[in-house]
Design a protein around this ligand. Structure first.
Ligand code: SAH
Length: 252
């Protein structure tokens, strides 16, 4: 899959693409990320990409023409009709379902806004979908683009060290969309606190039940909406319901 990123700050992506488990996905081009410096598509000696807003008010607005030229160059390079994604507070909040969809797609063109945002006429003409990272305002779309790329890359086969381990993560349908259970590592006792005995038992079924119970408790406490969704989808067993009916253990 290929993601073409339009940005005023391509240099922000360098360290991100070179670090951590996702690095091999980018290096092998399993997730092929191409950076497009918007300023290369600007007019004149000043390489201007923004201008003052009509109607007055603070800040600057990204001009449509450089964005359109950049998009045209991308279209000339990639044969498919990849959708154009704009990162914006207007969009639907990014979640696991959307990430899973993108991770099974051929990719997209990602547009990172800056300043007050971009000229609405470019959005009306070229943008297919708007994506938000949450109900807050960033200074630019780059962090949102990196969030999408990172979440997509870790779902690719072979990217995480342990094949299929992403299926054990929060929100994954493989675990009924629940939140993750707590994790422990050595030493067995730290600061007077022992690791829960079930995890040291060596009994696979007992460990799995313990983890399922904690997932249920944590999800019920922090995201009751996810419990409701799992219940509505018929994913909770009688044993699960019995766990949820008891007061939660103090491991949250
Ligand atoms: N004036 C805009 C904010 C512009 S912030 C408003 O009030 O909605 C500049 C750029 O940062 C935006 O064009 C967008 O690309 C990006 N951005 C800001 N907040 C974001 C969010 N929550 N999710 C995704 N992108 C965001």
């Amino acid at each position: 899959m290929r993601f073409d990123v339009i940005t005023l700050f391509p240099e922000l992506f360098g360290p991100f693409l070179e670090a951590g488990v996702t690095r091999r996905a980018y290096e092998s081009r399993q997730v092929d990320v191409r950076l497009w410096a918007l300023r290369d598509f600007a007019d004149g000696n000043y390489r201007r990409v923004d201008d003052r807003p009509f109607g007055g008010g603070p800040g600057m607005v990204m001009m449509a023409a450089p964005l359109a030229r950049c998009l045209q160059a991308i279209r000339a390079e990639r044969a498919d009709a990849a959708p154009v994604v704009l990162f914006s507070p207007v969009g639907a909040r990014l979640d696991h379902a959307a990430v899973a969809q993108w991770s099974a797609s051929a990719g997209a063109v990602l547009v990172c806004g800056r300043y007050e945002g971009i000229d609405q006429r470019f959005i009306d003409t070229h943008v297919d979908v708007q994506v938000s990272l949450g109900d807050f305002v960033l200074s630019g779309g780059e962090i949102a683009a990196m969030a999408l790329l990172d979440a997509v890359a870790r779902l690719q086969p072979g990217v995480l060290n342990d094949e299929g381990s992403h299926q054990l993560d929060s929100f994954n349908p493989a675990l009924d969309g629940l939140l993750d259970c707590p994790h422990y590592t050595r030493p067995e006792t730290w600061d007077g606190q022992p690791v829960p005995a079930a995890l040291l038992s060596g009994h696979h079924a007992q460990i799995e039940r313990w983890r399922r119970d904690r997932r249920l408790e944590i999800t019920a406490r922090h995201r009751p909406d996810l419990i409701a969704a799992a219940r509505a989808a018929g994913r909770l067993t009688q044993v699960d319901e019995a766990v949820l009916a008891k007061p939660a253990k103090n491991c949250l």
